[in-house]
Write a protein that binds this ligand. Structure first.
Ligand code: ADP
Ligand code: ZN
Length: 746
């Protein structure tokens, strides 16, 4: 203590904690307070992480410049969580902290709040002998006299009172103006359209689940529970009732959903029960909204926070319940530093907070279900849909037969077309899923087999068209653009091969744009919309399209996996899946699990209202177990089969994995770097190494990539081996990406 040394995190990804002296004139800052520190030639705002032991370092320890906050700005439990994330995922504490804060959160200019000017009449204005005024001034005064608390100036403007009139009245001393803080409210646009659901009686299965879960929710101890409930079993109602119990106990609630577009729907339900004390946190909000919502949560003005992955780092007071809805969804994993998994961080957070974390899914990950079976998590099952609604009946269309009979250009099979026609006639809705975007997958030269590739990445360009209808009408290749789905490089598809000049370019494979074109061709009168990353680039676009589906303005919705997530559309009675096997060709041990989850989830979108639903799954591999068992909607059978494979092959959850990618300007540089690092990491006890080898995407955004994996049962041993290796190879530091518990092998 005599040295008064402290550890500070600064928002620079590559930097670890930095040590500073606290000058005698300054108090030791509170943990979580912002402090201003010198870093090299710069002055930055960082966060006090704790007192530091006297370090024997060759560097001179610099002094803090100032302390911004008297007490914690970032609450202590969030500090603890960011420390855990940094350590577990081998990410810098600065980068992790930045992920926990609102935009520009560390800026010591605290006042980024939006204010509004409130105009009130003064005592002088009540005087009967007012100076001579214009009719406009008199009208403005009359209006203000009726509202002693004042009227916001934008509202006055809308009521036809010009700003100049107010300014004049102020100069006469008849009105005064004060600034008031307002929170920018993302609900304004998002939620108003959704009517709150009335409270209702819990179903028998919900009651049974609550009987198990309610005691855990109010226990003030750490618990993890998994609700494995089929699609439409009413999991949301459980979340609401548990949240009510936890709020009554005075504790906070955090609800995580996998997709920004799901937040309005869930937020509306929670606002229906909890009123205004509900905040939203996700990256789709404007900087201002995020800033205000963060501060509302921080000052305890809200008890319920709803958001996507990053909401797990939000600052609600004393969280007692953390819900991770659709826990299997891969969007919970961040694909840049810090590469954390929102579900796993939620579990740690609940542990630190003595809270219940509730994971919900119809198709839990193999990892989570294993934990539940091993008794680490409390398992609650809901096997039936609410109100005795039946699960969609599922039929597989064997596309081998279909292609043999109807020609190899078939996108929509005859049974699917027929089922869609029936829905259009009955004025019901259809969802059509193809988990691949674009018009065609690639362009190939029929003469020399050259493929139109991205110049920056080792991948072919995906073919897109501005208008699907036009594309189908015009057969010339130049009606299309090629685009790289990794770096966004784009160019017009040439008329002739760039290698051999032959004019025989052919489009291979198809994506959602092609499906849209085929649907429009088959049903010109249908109202069609498409949802994939290309159509929802604009902020709010996805929410808007889903809103149109909910209000029955759309007959057929086509899309990628985005349409399979948690949405509740009661009038959808048909789900069609094109190429159910798209994901199965991938060299990823989770491809069967992904396929099973996607098919079960999307089939679960059908028949959620009073009319029963039907799903049609087109596949070239109808006998693959992931497809067969998804059709049977038999989660347990799938789990049993899959866990056997994972055990035999020593894949997670049997072992843990870490992926290390080393980048280089040339392929050789990347491979040599990977070998140097791998050699330095080799030899740790109980840690196996796979590779180094070229990464599946050998070239990405102009950089070459090589990778290796560590496999083992002790993550700690793997982390330590890597930390040691990185410290032995400091020159590689900037070229390495480490992914602990990677979700993608690609
Ligand atoms: P899940 O998330 O399990 O797929 P939801 O929570 O979306 O299912 O519920 C499915 C449907 O059942 C929703 O339309 C919901 O409003 C309705 N629902 C849920 N619980 C009840 C209940 N107790 N009584 C009546 N309807 C319910
Ligand atoms: Zn590219």
């Amino acid at each position: 203590m005599s040295d008064r040394l402290v550890s500070v995190a600064v928002p620079i990804p590559a930097l670890g904690l930095l040590t500073y002296k606290v000058p005698a004139a300054l108090p030791i800052p509170a943990i979580g307070a912002r402090v201003v520190v010198p870093v090299g030639p710069r002055t930055l705002t960082g966060v006090m992480m704790g007192e530091a032991a006297a370090a024997d370092t060759a560097y001179t320890i610099k002094a803090l410049k100032s302390v911004v906050d008297e007490s914690a700005f970032v609450p202590a439990d969030v500090i603890k969580l960011t420390e855990w994330v940094s350590e577990y995922y081998l990410a810098g504490p600065g980068a992790t902290l930045a992920a926990a804060l609102p935009p520009h959160g560390l800026s010591s200019r605290v006042d980024r709040f939006k204010t509004v000017r409130i105009v009130t009449v003064t005592a002088a204005a009540l005087d009967e002998f007012l100076p001579r005024m214009t009719p406009k001034q008199r009208a403005a005064l009359d209006r203000l006299r009726g509202t002693p608390d004042g009227i916001a100036s934008p509202q006055l403007t809308r009521q036809g009172v010009p700003a100049a009139t107010i300014a004049k009245l102020k100069s006469l001393g008849l009105v005064s103006i004060r600034e008031e803080r307002v929170d920018r409210d993302p609900f304004e646009h998002a939620v108003s359209a959704i009517p709150p659901a009335p409270p209702r009686e819990a179903t028998a299965e919900q009651k049974k689940a609550l009987h198990t879960l309610l005691p855990l929710a109010v226990d003030r101890a750490f618990h993890v529970a998994l609700v494995q409930g089929v699609t439409g079993s009413g999991k949301t109602e459980l979340y609401l009732r548990l949240a009510e119990a936890v709020r009554r106990a005075g504790r906070g609630v955090l609800v995580m959903v996998p997709e920004i577009a799901l937040t309005p729907q869930v937020a509306a339900l929670f606002r229906g029960r909890f009123g205004a004390g509900v905040a939203i946190q996700h990256s789709g909000l404007s900087d201002g909204e995020r800033h205000d919502q963060w501060h509302r949560i921080r000052r305890g003005a809200v008890g319920v926070v709803i958001g996507t992955r990053s909401a797990v780092l939000a600052p609600p007071k004393d969280p007692g319940l953390i819900v991770v809805d659709e826990e299997h969804d891969t969007s919970y994993k961040q694909d840049e530093t810090p590469r954390y998994h929102g579900r796993d961080v939620a579990i740690m957070r609940a542990k630190f907070a003595n809270a219940l974390v509730l994971l919900g899914s119809a198709t839990p990950t193999i990892e989570t279900y294993t934990n539940a079976l091993e008794g680490k998590y409390t398992l609650v099952s809901m096997a039936r849909r609410v109100l005795d609604r039946s699960l969609a009946s599922v039929e597989v269309v064997n596309m081998r037969d279909e292609l043999a009979q109807a020609g190899d250009e078939v996108v929509l099979s005859r049974p699917l077309l027929k089922a869609m026609a029936v829905r259009l006639e009955r004025k019901e809705q259809s969802l059509i899923l193809l988990n691949r975007r674009g018009f065609a997958t690639s362009i190939i030269c029929r003469q020399c087999s050259a493929v139109l590739d991205c110049p920056n990445c080792s991948i072919s360009l995906t073919v897109h068209s501005a208008s699907a209808q036009r594309a189908l009408a015009r057969q010339a290749p130049s009606a299309f653009r090629g685009r790289c789905h990794y770096c966004n490089f784009t160019k017009l598809v040439p008329n002739a091969c760039e290698k051999c000049a032959a004019p025989y370019l052919e489009r291979i494979g198809f994506g959602t744009e092609r499906v849209e074109a085929e649907v429009r061709k088959a049903f010109p009168e249908a109202r069609v919309a498409r949802v994939d990353r290309d159509t929802v680039r604009r902020k709010g676009a996805l929410v808007e399209i889903l809103g149109r589906v909910a209000s029955r303005e759309i007959d057929v919705l086509i899309g990628t996996q985005m349409i399979a997530k948690g949405h509740d559309f009661p009038d959808v009675t048909l789900v069609g899946v094109i190429s159910a096997d798209v994901g199965l060709g991938l060299a990823d041990f989770r491809s069967a699990e992904r396929t099973f989850q996607l098919l079960t989830q999307v089939a679960g979108r059908a028949g959620r209202g009073e009319r029963s639903g039907e799903a049609m799954i087109q596949s070239l591999l109808p006998n693959h177990y992931s497809i067969k068992l998804a059709c049977a909607q038999d989660y347990r059978a799938f789990y049993d089969k899959e866990i056997e494979f994972r055990r035999a092959m020593r894949y997670p959850p049997q072992v843990a994995m870490v992926n290390i990618v080393v980048r280089g300007r040339t392929f050789t540089e990347a491979m040599e770097g990977a070998h140097d690092l791998a050699d330095a990491a080799r030899g740790a006890k109980g840690v196996a190494m796979l590779g180094p080898a070229p990464a599946p995407l050998t070239k990405l955004r102009g950089e070459h990539r090589a990778q290796f994996f560590l496999k083992g049962t002790s993550r700690k041993a793997m982390r330590e081996a890597l930390q040691l290796a990185v410290s032995r190879q400091p020159k590689l530091a900037k070229r390495i990406s480490i992914d602990v518990d990677p979700l993608s092998m690609l």
